[in-house]
Design a protein around this ligand. Structure first.
Ligand code: URA
Length: 238
């Protein structure tokens, strides 16, 4: 059981003081009964709450898919740069979501945000072998030797040996290449550093899939949406 004002406040309906005022005005009902005291205890999983006649959609966790734009950092707070959290509507902030793993400031594409710490841990742990798929543009010709080196596991400049990665060539000539890369871990600047070792530079990087989820092409850069029940279940089963 939880206090009604706490539940509503966590869902973004305002401060406890504001909720007290709403209750006083008779705007809040629990199981079709107008409530007089905002501190009563309720079971948010069972009790039906309405505010100003609208049913409250109770949830403890939120799960968001964002198409991250370039120039924004994947952090909850930053002294200088805009963060992915700054792009969210006020109603989501009460849930205190955080990004699942990180994309570089100049990387675009699929970023998940949630306040479900357990799922976050599962998704970013290399132990669980969750595929992260990227589309990349490279400044030089990429060939079979690069594919083989990625498959064997690139040793980064600091001596770390990456897990085997899948490199697929979509297009490649002397002017540059378009490739798809699948990795299961997320070391800092990993794909850029893997190509550096092969003496090549990543000039554009976009994450197009995270485990079972593909980037929703309807989301333009900077836009986001909540995951469906089905998508959340797919993630929980990876
Ligand atoms: N690899 C990178 O180099 N950068 C990213 O943002 C993600 C993977």
């Amino acid at each position: 059981m939880e206090r009604l004002d706490k539940v509503l406040s966590n869902l973004g309906y305002g401060s406890r003081k504001e909720i007290k005022a709403l209750v006083k005005k008779g705007e809040v009902e629990v199981n079709n009964v107008i409530i007089k005291d905002s501190s009563i205890k309720i079971d948010p999983e069972v009790d039906v709450i309405t505010v100003s006649g609208e049913k409250v959609n109770y949830r403890k966790y939120i799960y968001i898919m964002m198409n991250k734009p370039s120039g924004v950092v994947s952090a909850t707070y930053d002294n200088y740069d805009e963060t992915v959290i700054d792009l969210l509507d006020f109603e989501y902030l009460a849930f205190e979501p955080f990004p699942v793993g990180r994309l570089d400031k100049d990387t675009v594409g699929l970023l998940l945000l949630t306040n479900d710490g357990k799922l976050n841990h599962r998704l970013i742990s290399p132990k669980h072998h969750v595929d992260k798929i990227y589309y990349a543009e490279i400044d030089k010709k990429v060939d079979q030797k690069d594919i083989d080196a990625f498959e064997k596991g690139i040793v980064l400049e600091d001596g770390y040996k990456c897990m085997p990665a899948k490199l697929e060539i979509l297009n490649s000539d002397e002017n540059g290449s378009e490739v798809r890369v699948t990795i299961q871990e997320g070391k800092f600047h990993q794909i850029k550093r893997m190509f550096e070792i092969r003496d090549k530079k990543v000039v554009y990087l976009k994450r197009i899939a995270f485990g079972p989820l593909q980037l929703d092409e309807k989301l333009s850069e900077g836009k986001y949406r909540e995951l469906s029940e089905n998508e959340i279940n797919l993630l929980k089963n990876v």
